[in-house]
Write a protein that binds this ligand. Structure first.
Ligand code: 3H9
Length: 646
């Protein structure tokens, strides 16, 4: 069946794109559109054309899977021009998302109608490229410089009501979109001019310079946002044809870049993650209501994530005061969301109203999913599961949020151990996208599939991890930190290591990050292992914690901090404390430092893969990007190695 078809209703032609799953602009779609323009321009009975899409969305963009191959004609800029300059005016009827090349096709149309829940955007920079079919040149003419800069350099889509305010669409349609578009096309006498014929708005040079400085700061080495800005500036300062050519050349150059390849790798890895091939067809258990045991930072964050997905939550704590604290933690989380404009007051209240605090496990008799997030100590966790085993339905999924303990030990003695699973959230759990899903050898497939279904409901990036100390993420973190300490031991300055990793694209270096999170967490964990009789060599961090330097919260860790100031200051005390363990002499530049640290992560990743702890390299990349701030545009620590197919 053809991916582009034409139907006629009176004098109006309806061109439908039907290219599941998201109507991406494959070569066949582009050809179909060009053919439709020719056919309809030559049809004397047709006065206007409505462009609609079948399925869940309007065109989601160019077909990203074609980006590894040479571009095939007809090229999208020519398709958009053909639509724009067609003798019969084209009208876009947008539902779902009109993104990237999809929005560019809509920009070629003379009028844009959209459903109220539709969104439009130019997310190309998130793929390491710039719009390649006139997106920068036409958006600027349509919505002005500032709106265009925002849309193109952030890549964030805009919902229809806001898009209407910005002028990105022309009308919102309630009810039947296709019928409304046909009716509109029948009446439309004077449509706005094609965008390519309109003048480009200009702004003073200072605007471009300030915006460039702001974007460069934010981008931390990512090139596409700055190149997109350059396209917009060119669009403002030259004629349409020259700007289009500049944009196209930039698009083709970036499309072949390493950053774009890395971002495409992440794009497809993220889409594959929520639906692992091995679980297709496995029945998922119902998730109608949930409970969280423990209302501390982690428990409250998990409860907030569950509420954000619309699930009712019972929050269990030891006593009434602890219940109160847990609810207060949740109230703070929702209040923060209101402050940042993410939630209305009313929505925040509704989220909180869906949480029932209790000290009585009997309240969990009919709960579908319980997530334990209590103190990280085996005996405490076991007690929790003992009680859950008594009160919960035999088919209720019981999950632990442990980050270091062995889930098999936690589940020991639990009736129906097939419904037990590890669900490792990352703090703050309502914000961080990563969810490590850790089955035990006894976990039933259905429970595992339900874990992934939960990940999808919560909008997380779920990754299956096997059982070992630290699972995937914390195991690599440990190796990363050890390598950073090794560099310091060989004479590289602490600040040089942090600066190198910031230069690589992390928001913070390994030592600054530890100062923020606290050095004592990993220290206590090592102490626990030592207490159990294992030999764990003293780390440099241990020396600092023993000297009372636990990070920012104690006024110093790897660095000193002035009161009320979070800026790290190299510390003489640290130099003195660690002096005996440092052999000066190693001089490395920033690139060599980053190579050492990322190389160590990749080697740990290889070990993790060979032990079967991770299923594929792209899963490790997702863990690092979504849990540990690894720069997305670098593709993850395994991306460069590509030793195993992704
Ligand atoms: C571009 O347009 C460049 C132009 O400026 C220049 C051209 C010259 N291509 O996300 P989902 C697949 S750059 C190929 O789970 P949802 C996806 O892999 C492009 N495949 O659905 C998945 O496959 P599978 C700019 C694509 O309902 C399936 O579709 N556009 C593409 O949650 C479902 O995806 C974008 O960056 C694509 N463009 O969300 C938009 N998009 O089933 C990217 C999706 O085999 N797409 N797939 O796993 C999206 O943001 C979301 O897919 C969307 C739907 C919001 C549309």
């Amino acid at each position: 069946m053809s991916v582009v078809t034409i139907a006629r209703q009176g004098t109006i032609a309806v061109v439908t794109i039907d290219n599941p799953p998201v109507n991406a602009l494959s070569q066949a779609v582009r050809q179909g559109l060009v053919d439709a323009v020719s056919a309809l321009d030559g049809d004397p009975h047709i006065s206007a054309v409505v462009l609609v899409c079948a399925g869940r969305t309007f065109i989601a963009g160019a077909d990203v899977s074609e980006f590894d191959k040479p571009p095939q004609p007809p090229h999208l800029p020519d398709v958009v021009s053909a639509i724009e300059l067609a003798a019969k005016p084209w009208i876009a009827a947008i539902h779902g998302s009109a993104l990237g090349g999809g929005f560019e096709v809509a920009l070629g149309c003379r009028f844009r109608l959209a459903t109220a829940d539709a969104s439009v955007g130019l997310p190309e920079v998130t793929l390491g490229i710039v719009p390649g079919a006139g997106g920068t040149v036409r958006t600027l003419r349509l919505a002005g410089v500032e709106a265009a800069v925002d849309l193109v350099t952030t890549g964030k889509p805009v919902r229809a009501p806001r898009a209407l305010e910005l002028g990105l669409i022309d009308r919102i349609v309630e009810g039947d979109l296709r019928a409304a578009a046909i009716a509109f096309a029948g009446d439309a006498l004077a449509l706005p001019q094609p965008l390519s014929l309109r003048p480009a708005p200009t702004v003073p040079d200072a605007f471009w310079m300030e915006t460039e400085a702001a974007i460069a700061k934010r981008a931390r080495g990512e090139v596409a946002p700055l190149r997109a800005l350059a396209c917009l500036r060119r669009a403002s300062e030259t004629d349409f044809a020259a700007a289009l050519q500049f944009e196209r050349a930039t698009f083709l150059e970036l499309r072949a870049s390493e950053q774009a390849a890395a971002l495409r790798h992440v794009f497809f890895a993220e889409r594959a993650a929520p639906r692992p091939a091995g679980l297709s067809g496995v029945q998922v258990l119902p998730l109608r209501n949930t409970a969280v045991i423990g209302g501390g930072t982690m428990g409250a964050g998990i409860a907030a994530a569950l509420r954000d997905a619309g699930l009712p939550v019972i929050l269990i704590e030891r006593d009434d005061a602890a219940v109160e604290r847990g609810i207060a933690n949740l109230r703070d989380i929702f209040a923060g969301a209101v402050k940042r404009g993410r939630l209305t007051e009313a929505a925040a209240e509704a989220r909180l109203a869906g949480v029932t605090g209790s000290t009585d496990y009997a309240a969990l008799a009919d709960t579908d999913l319980v997530i334990e997030a209590v103190f990280e100590e085996l005996s405490v966790k076991r007690q929790v599961f003992e009680q859950l085993g008594r009160v919960c339905r035999p088919d209720a999924v019981l999950a632990t949020n442990t980050s270091y303990l062995d889930p098999r030990a936690i589940a020991e003695g639990l009736p129906n151990p097939g419904r037990f699973i590890g669900l490792h959230f990352f703090s703050p759990a309502n914000v961080m996208k990563l969810l490590e899903i850790v089955p035990t050898p006894q976990t039933a497939e259905q429970t595992l599939a339900t874990g992934f279904a939960l990940g999808r409901m919560l909008g997380k990036v779920p990754v299956r991890a096997g059982i070992c100390e630290g699972f995937i993420g914390n195991r690599i973190l440990k190796r990363y930190r050890a390598e950073a300490e090794a560099l310091v031991g060989q004479g590289v300055a602490i600040a040089a290591v942090d600066a190198a990793m910031r230069g690589y694209g992390f928001a913070m270096g390994p030592f600054e990050a530890q100062d923020l999170g606290g050095l004592d967490i990993a220290f206590l964990q090592r102490e626990g292992v030592r207490a159990a009789g294992q030999d764990v060599p003293e780390t440099l961090g241990d020396i600092l914690v023993r000297a009372g330097r636990k990070g920012q919260k104690t006024g110093g860790g790897w660095y000193d901090y002035k009161p009320g100031d979070r800026r790290p200051v190299p510390s003489e005390e640290v130099a003195r404390l660690l002096g005996a363990r440092i052999e000066p002499g190693l001089a490395l530049d920033a690139e060599a430092i980053a190579d050492r640290l990322v190389g160590a992560m990749a080697r740990e990743g290889e070990a993790i893969l060979s032990e079967g702890i991770a299923e594929k390299t792209s899963d490790i990349d997702l863990v690092e990007i979504h849990g540990y701030g690894f720069p997305r545009w670098r593709g993850g620590p395994m991306f460069g190695t590509r030793s195993t197919s992704t």
